[in-house]
Design a protein around this ligand. Sequence first.
Ligand code: NAD
Length: 470
Amino acid sequence: MPEQFTMTIDGVGVPGRAFLEVRNPATGAVFAQAPDADTEELEAAVDAAARAFPGWRDTPITTRKAALVRAAEAIEAHCEELTQLFVAEQGRPILGARMEILGAAMWLKATAMLDLPVDLTEDSATRRIEVHHVPLGVVCGIVPWNFPVLLAIWKIGPALLAGNTMVLKPSPFTPLCTLRIGELLRGVFPPGVLNVISGGDALGPLMTAHPGFAKISFTGSTATGRRVMESAAKDLKRITLELGGNDAAIVLPDVDVDAVAEQIFEGAFHNTAQVCVATKRLYIHADIYDAMRDRLHTLAQSLPVGDGSQQGNRYGPVQNEPQYRRVCALIDDARAQGLTLLEGAPVPDSGYFVPLTLVDNPPEDSRVVVEEAFGPVLPLLKFDDVDDVIARANDTEYGLAGAVWSADVEAATAIAHRLDTGTVWINQNLQSTPFTPLAGAKQSGFGQENGVPGLLEFTRPKAIFIPKAA
Ligand code: NAD
């Protein structure tokens, strides 16, 4: 592991003047430091990005695409180093950590295949009207701790491909891989095109209020998303908000319980249930409720939870202490309400471990159902009427994703059309592609990421009226 992690500002390493402690969530112990940027360093990053913008905007898109591919190759070349670092700071077991690093590189290469469309709204005898999509300027990228590398790449790729420059801030809980990627990409992009700064709680609001940004691309909680939107309103910055979810999965009575249970389980508990689009409320038809509950409980008891750096562990700790306390509080509340908790395998005493926990058919208005847990506690809810379960699934301020499980794909698809979410999976879970927009409905988001629609979020339309010779 590097001895010092530096920010990247104007193409050079900046060690910072103050520091954040970075903890390994499997032990709770501090194992590294990251710079805690001050306002001067933020100014330097925004200035560098502003100076780099005209040159990068005017660089041919083919050159920008080639740079994204080289960035992907640099990440791939350092995959093992980044994987070790990822496990240490994020907590996820090695296999999943490596998948995120390689997935991020794949995503960059796929993003490099996208093109900015030029729309023709008229091509008549007298004129041609072309609508181009031009970059916005300096983009502010703010990222959470659950998928720190992939979600950063979801911003870097399209923002830079479209011709913008960027100042990127990782979560204070997981700054290291992002800082390291900033270091690795210094030779790939011209100075100032990609700046990476890290900092504590004060830095995000300073960034969203900064007049030098034309756009904020934010991924995080709905509560913070509201603050970002408020801050951006002052000078009408463009925003994309990818926020929280309380996703419902609906399991119809015709499924083969043994065949689908593990996939459904993984859809809820992948990354220790710290996935924005994870199943967070599982509605099971009454006819198969007991069988499915028992099968899921067996899985919870048999799948090992532990330190991600040790082979064989399927799930790691909750990523940070505040989140650990939130999840524990939700479980304590369920216990205090007299709800039935079905606990999984025992977990290590150190660090921020929580046993994988199922809650057996709690009331619809209990906290564990209504709130986004974002940790390993999953309510199982019984239903016997399709219209009723759709109403219950939709009865939330969130609308990120959902899933329907059935042997009858047509019936499942009909239900999918009635769910008020940006994504619905049928007989699968947690899938996304670089070409498919992820867009939260209701208070799960504003705008979209990925695919051409996600790329266009980093541009503005510009219509050019061109006369034709008489
Ligand atoms: P969070 O909102 O606490 O923090 C996200 C980022 O915002 C961090 O970098 C943080 O430092 C920064 N931040 C905090 N306060 C800020 C402020 N006032 N202004 C600007 N920036 C600020 O979220 P989290 O706990 O890191 O992440 C978990 C949440 O993210 C969950 O709700 C999850 O569902 C959501 N999430 C959504 C998606 C999606 O694509 N929709 C993806 C992953 C996570």
